[in-house]
Write a protein that binds this ligand. Sequence first.
Ligand code: MN
Length: 276
Amino acid sequence: MRTPRFARALIAGCLALLAAGAPGGAQPTAAAPPPASAGPVDPTLLEDLVTANHVLARHGVLDAFGHVSVRHPSDPHHFLMSRSLAPALVATADILEYDLDGNAVDARGRASFLERFIHAEIYKARPDVNAVIHSHSPAVIPFGTTQTAMQPMFHISAFLSPRVPVFEIRKVAGMTDMLVSNAQIGKALAEALGPSSVVLMRGHGMAVVGPALPLTVFRAIYTEVNARLQTQAIEIGGPITFLVPEEAEKANKVLDQVHLRAWDLWKREETAKAGQ
Ligand code: MN
């Protein structure tokens, strides 16, 4: 059957509209040049970032997914993070430098994590933060999806005091694929984090921050431990006596002093494994 003339005109009109781009949409422009590098980074920091990836993978905080970054030591407007890759496989050659809009300095065809805006927007909002971890570590998920707040069960997780905020992506972006895949959602996540060390992401996972990489790794691992302990306490039943803010403040001062003992142990375990 022949297509009627008016239908052909309609199709031609639609094709012309498509070719011109969506009404009100941005016109295609030449790709912006990548940002300039903030300069070379101490190889020890890169090695620590690789080790952090491996340690977090071995502790089940990161699996095939999730990522860890550090702020660039020479430029607070840049950060360092692996290309899109399972954390257990990350090596120093996989580390890319990004600006705080999530643009890679020297991608050379390497793919970036879709959720790099988690890191970029937290670094923008929190000048005190120098490392960020995003994970889907399983024990924390129920505390993002129920009305039960996560609170510090013991002195090692005092940094969770008084309770962990929850980010509801639906409030800021409606129906999504749940990913923090643009700056607008990343900014809202950073707002939900506020001054806390951890924010849970409903139906997704968490973001963990700290003033340096070792303490941030420590917090991510012990947030997962705290989630398991709190779930066990709920199963036992009855009221739970969490650390109160005054206890948490005192315990946090000790953690700031002693967490490097854990980092040294985890690093050594990775080195021993690599030598096998
Ligand atoms: Mn994610």
